[in-house]
Design a protein around this ligand. Structure first.
Ligand code: ZN
Length: 483
């Protein structure tokens, strides 16, 4: 048996201040695991904060610390009722300072404390399993000589204070009914505990290197759709490349992909490319970031020749009324406009005023998949989407042979009839943005999933606490890896 510590903090367990035991009700039939919260906060801090508070959303705690522990117990019970293990799962938990500013915050972080492989009877040899899952599969504490907590978790103690999303803050209710400006602590707890239970790879996604020389159980199900190579069989360079592939890193586990059929909605925004001058782009569907303004994309969509806006106005691309040549080019066409200098709504409105029937905003930085287009202007009635810089550059190559009013490169801005969050073969996409996001890339579902899933990289306000289809795919993923 091989074992490896993931973090050096195991030695810090002397700081334990209190232990809250969470026993699953004996009425639970098929699944049961006991999750024990190991409160690492010192007196007066975090889970021990004595600040008086009013009960909220079914949470009857009367101090901040008490409400936090009650919420933790509640979230632990959800996992305890959904998973089976004969070995109690100990979760180190503390409120502490995490990376934060006024525009974004790390809400929490968590992971397995150790990994194990190659015990007698292991399902897959030469493969790292997270500690809690190894215990479950082994059927007993796998390291009886030196047992430790299975999961480490941290939560942002400064959320909602000056300099740390000050207009926000935690919501400690148990009812998923947080106000619009609050972050649902139970959802964040569910999410972070899931990482610790095994929703993570231990392979370094930025270099592609295995953790201590062998793949994680995660890597058995992670496929690079560009070359059909599983991560466990790929080279470091192949793994690093697919971690940046935007929408080509997919999950192959049967439970997730079967669950996706009833869970993920049909309809994803995209830009279909065709036409006699479209060259290597012919037949491609470009990734598209939807606009929060303008016409909603439909299955039929809007299609026409793509024509670029080439001459800056008011200091930037389509930042002022278009020049006569550009206006003539985009009339009745899909305008291709570079991002930059002025807002998206200014650009799209200027294109609309010139008669364009749709707009592609080509990003000016590498950011894939393309984020949406923010802004609000009810007078904009044409559809607009953002495409990646790479796709914008590729389109411009094909547009070199255009006439003044036609290009032979046709773009269709539409909702395509595939599952939101899965590829054309129904394989659920994993988060693989370019550039790489340490701590987020690879070990989450992709943001394009709809409805929103618990294990996307950012918290969404519409989560429901469910972890199974037809609402969520986290439990099926756990089943795929051996839970
Ligand atoms: Zn996460």
């Amino acid at each position: 048996m091989r074992a490896s510590n993931l973090r050096a903090v195991i030695g810090a367990l002397a700081a334990v201040a209190a232990v809250a035991s969470v026993a699953v009700p004996t009425g639970v039939a098929n699944a049961a695991a006991t999750i024990i919260i190991n409160n690492l906060n010192g007196p007066g801090v975090g889970f021990n904060d004595p600040t008086p508070v009013a009960p909220v959303g079914g949470n009857t705690g009367t101090t901040l610390g008490e409400q936090r522990l009650i919420a933790f117990t509640y979230a632990a019970n959800i996992w305890g009722a959904n998973l089976t293990s004969s070995v109690p799962i100990v979760v180190n938990a503390q409120f502490t300072a995490l990376s934060c500013n006024e525009s974004g915050a790390v809400l929490g972080s968590a992971g397995a404390t150790r990994v194990y492989s190659d015990w007698p009877g292991v399902p897959k040899s030469g493969t790292w399993y997270p500690y809690a899952l190894a215990n479950k599969l082994f059927g007993a504490e796998i390291n009886s000589a030196d047992p430790g907590p299975q999961i480490d978790s941290r939560f942002n103690v400064n959320l909602g204070t000056p300099g740390c999303l000050s207009a926000s803050g935690w919501y400690y209710g148990l009812d998923s009914n947080e106000p619009a400006n609050r972050i649902d602590f139970v959802a964040v707890l569910q999410h972070e505990m899931a990482h610790g239970l095994g929703f993570q790879t231990f392979t370094d996604g930025s270099t592609g290197e295995f953790f201590v020389g062998q793949p994680s159980i995660w890597d058995h199900y992670l496929l690079d759709a560009t070359n059909n190579v599983l991560w466990k069989d790929a080279t470091n360079a192949q793994r690093a490349a697919s971690a940046l592939s935007a929408d080509k890193l997919v999950w192959t586990g049967a439970n997730v992909n079967t669950g996706a059929i009833s869970t993920l909605r049909i309809g994803v925004p995209g830009v279909g490319i065709s036409g006699p001058a479209s060259g290597p782009l012919n037949g491609a569907t470009l990734l598209a970031g939807e606009a929060s303004f303008g016409a909603v994309l439909t299955p039929v969509g809007v299609a026409a020749d793509v024509m670029p806006v080439v001459t800056p106005t008011a200091g930037g691309p389509a930042c002022g009324p278009l020049t006569p040549n550009d206006a003539r080019a985009v009339k009745g066409r899909i305008a291709l406009i570079d991002r930059g200098v002025c807002s998206f709504i200014v650009k799209v409105k200027n294109a609309q005023n010139a008669g364009a029937i749709g707009v592609l905003i080509a990003d000016n930085v590498v950011d894939s998949p393309p984020p949406g287009l923010g802004g609000s202007d009810p007078t904009i009635v044409i559809p607009a989407v953002r495409i990646t810089k790479a796709d914008g550059d590729a389109l411009k190559v094909q547009l070199r042979t255009r006439s003044r009013t036609a290009s032979g490169v046709v773009a269709r801005l539409a909702q395509f009839a595939t599952q939101a969050g899965a590829d054309a073969l129904g394989r659920v996409k994993m988060f693989a943005p370019n550039p790489f996001q340490p701590g987020s890339s690879v070990s989450h579902f992709d943001r394009s999933a709809a409805p929103n899933l618990l294990m996307e990289p950012s918290i969404n306000g519409d989560l429901t606490q469910a972890v199974s289809p037809p609402v969520d795919l986290t439990l099926p993923l756990f089943q795929d890896i051996g839970w």
